[in-house]
Design a protein around this ligand. Structure first.
Ligand SMILES: Cc1ncc(C[n+]2csc(CCOP(=O)(O)OP(=O)(O)O)c2C)c(N)n1
Ligand code: SF4
Ligand SMILES: [Mg+2]
Length: 294
């Protein structure tokens, strides 16, 4: 039998994530793609809890807990030490949340990218600081409720476009992925492992607790983010854009928004504003793909 998802399991079932945690599935697939010869650095985030209390670990590879802002620089250091020891086939993964990536860790990540360090950086994007109680991050989308952007003062302004920020560093590989499309996610992680230099992958990882939806709907939500073009699937390889998958027919963003209570307060006007922005961004991405391959 030929499996489209590698059989190897590098995560044990005894982790302590919430039911339906998208970030946990994202890590499980990532490890399946990268394999056992991998070392991971994890800064403060849900995943520093999910792995389990010391001395227990649900992960079957070496895992370094690091300070919040240092996932990338710790990964760079580990990679440098491995190179000195002649172990250049060991993949070094920095695994961080959106807060640890787009806010506090951006300096270390930008430095590693600019130096050309041979690491794979993955941001599992749940669009807020979940581990400390659902505070807004720069990845929180326009209109969302969080505990620091309560209903009457919901988050305004666009989500930081970290994928474009990383592509602007001219690193060899940048991509988005989504747990609703595991085969695509695994292909991208395997590709990242085969490329030398800095790689950045951002995985949409729905969080039932912070987005306020029932835990059995995680994959449905992830799929709707793709179908509405709220979270397109694409790669930027050596500055060339490639939309890895397109929705059969683009669904209205309302279908995605109304299934999450973090958006429950939104009126028609804000929903149309979000639709307009999503349409503009999607058109911009289509043009980038066209012009970068011309
Ligand atoms: C320097 C520092 N500031 C603040 C914290 C508290 N803290 C720990 S985890 C966290 C939120 C992490 O959010 P994110 O990176 O998005 O990961 P998530 O919890 O959503 O998985 C914060 C603020 C810390 N550990 N260190
Ligand atoms: S709060 Fe969200 S991201 Fe954190 S473990 Fe629970 S479901 Fe996962
Ligand atoms: Mg987060």
């Amino acid at each position: 039998m030929r499996l489209s998802i590698p059989e190897i399991e590098l995560m044990s079932p005894g982790h302590v994530a919430c039911q339906g945690c998208g970030g946990t599935l994202a890590f499980r697939y990532t490890l399946k793609a990268l394999g056992k010869n991998t070392i991971v650095t994890i800064p403060a985030c849900c995943w520093s809890v999910i792995d389990g209390p010391f001395p227990h670990s649900s992960t079957k590879i070496p895992l370094f807990h690091t300070a919040f802002e240092t996932a990338a620089s710790t990964a760079s250091g580990i990679k440098a030490a491995l190179e000195i020891k002649g172990k250049s086939d060991t993949a070094v993964l920095a695994w961080a949340g959106d807060g640890g990536t787009m806010d506090i860790g951006i300096q270390a990540l930008s430095g590693a990218a600019e130096r050309g360090d041979d690491i794979i950086y993955v941001c599992y994007d749940n669009e807020a600081y979940m581990n400390t109680g659902i505070q807004r991050s720069s990845s929180t989308p326009h209109g969302a409720w969080t505990t620091t952007t309560p209903v009457k003062k919901f988050k305004t302004g666009p989500k930081k476009n970290m994928v474009e920020i990383m592509a602007a560093h001219k690193i060899p590989y940048t991509a988005t992925a989504n747990i609703a499309f595991p085969e695509d996610l695994i292909v991208k992680l395997k590709k990242a492992r085969s490329i030398k230099g800095p790689k950045y992958i951002q995985i949409l990882s729905p969080c039932p607790v912070g987005w306020k939806f029932a835990s059995h709907l995680t994959i449905k939500l992830a799929k709707l983010a793709f179908d509405t073009c709220m979270y397109p699937l694409y790669e930027v390889e050596n500055s060339r854009y490639n939309i890895s998958r397109r929705p059969m027919s683009k669904k209205p963003v309302e279908e995605y928004l109304r299934r999450q209570n973090r958006f429950r307060h939104l009126g028609k006007e804000t929903v149309s504003q979000i639709q307009k922005t999503v349409d503009e961004e999607w058109d911009r991405l289509l043009k980038r793909e066209e012009t970068s391959n011309a």
